[in-house]
Unconditional design. Structure first.
Ligand SMILES: [Zn+2]
Length: 272
């Protein structure tokens, strides 16, 4: 079976000691596509480097996370935009602008800050310009973001760790957006309900590592090795065979990120 981790922070310092082993283990377990999501300019550079070191396995998403908008270095937004533009043609390595978005819980007043809005606008604008998909963090802001997106010509949208409101899921599906879910598929009633409601054709798996999880993952370092268990849980929720679910998610990953390299590898290796 082939699996994907469409959202992990491989450039995080908590992985720096053993990132090579983690990527190697992922491959051994069949997790054949990893998208290393950036948080800022440093992790954008580092994610790109990881993608170059692990061709056709690790891919980079470059951008500035809303959590990092309040301590931006001088020119960090422009430098990040420039880095994205400089690498935009390199679609075997840079597959998206991410992780970008808005976070209402971070400002203290239940609204995203002005600087979050500005940075998000810059990130969406560059994604529009070079026709890259976007990977979005939308804690407490999903409706706001879904309302904003039609004013940009964004090619493809992935709402990572979608949690609520469930009532917006039909709009997301109509627009052709995708969502990702991870380890909470095993223990969160809310996330399990989202998975029941979203068509499998608009769904991918993620870990968001090194974020830590409870349930069966309590106390463990989050790595792509969790993905087969996530797919197990999704298969059970959907009442489908695990292999069928894994194949569909892998196909979604190839389609969403437009990855010919992964597609070729898939053909080489058959469909076992
Ligand atoms: Zn993340």
């Amino acid at each position: 079976m082939k699996f994907v981790d469409a959202h992990i922070h491989l450039a995080d310092d908590r992985y720096s000691q053993n990132v090579k082993e983690i990527v190697k283990e992922a491959k051994q377990l069949g997790v054949l596509g990893l998208v290393a999501n950036a948080m800022d300019i440093q992790t954008s550079h580092k994610s790109l480097k990881l993608a170059k070191e692990h061709p056709n396995h690790v891919y980079a998403a470059l951008g500035i996370h809303p959590w990092n908008t309040k301590n931006l270095a001088e020119n960090e937004v422009q430098d990040t935009v420039d880095l994205i533009l400089a690498n935009a043609k390199n679609r075997q390595q840079v597959v998206a602008v991410g992780e970008i978005g808005l976070d209402a819980t971070y400002s203290g007043n239940g609204e995203p800050t002005e600087i979050q809005m500005q940075v998000f606008h810059e990130m969406l604008s560059v994604a529009e310009k070079i026709e890259l998909p976007v990977i979005i963090h939308s804690r407490g802001t999903t409706s706001q973001i879904v309302n904003m997106l039609p004013s940009y010509k964004i090619k493809k949208v992935l709402l990572h760790w979608f949690s609520q409101p469930h009532s917006i899921l039909p709009t997301i599906v109509d627009r052709g957006y995708y969502i990702t879910e991870g380890p909470p598929a095993l223990f969160s009633g809310g996330i399990r309900e989202v998975i029941r409601r979203i068509p499998l054709t608009k769904f991918m798996t993620e870990t968001d590592g090194p974020v830590r999880f409870r349930g069966p993952f309590n106390g463990k370092l989050t790595t792509p090795s969790f993905i087969p268990d996530v797919v197990d849980a999704v298969a059970e929720l959907k009442g489908r065979e695990k292999s069928e679910v894994a194949d569909q998610i892998f196909q979604n990953f190839v389609d969403f990120f437009e990855l010919e390299g992964v597609r070729n590898k898939r053909h080489d290796e058959g469909t076992s």
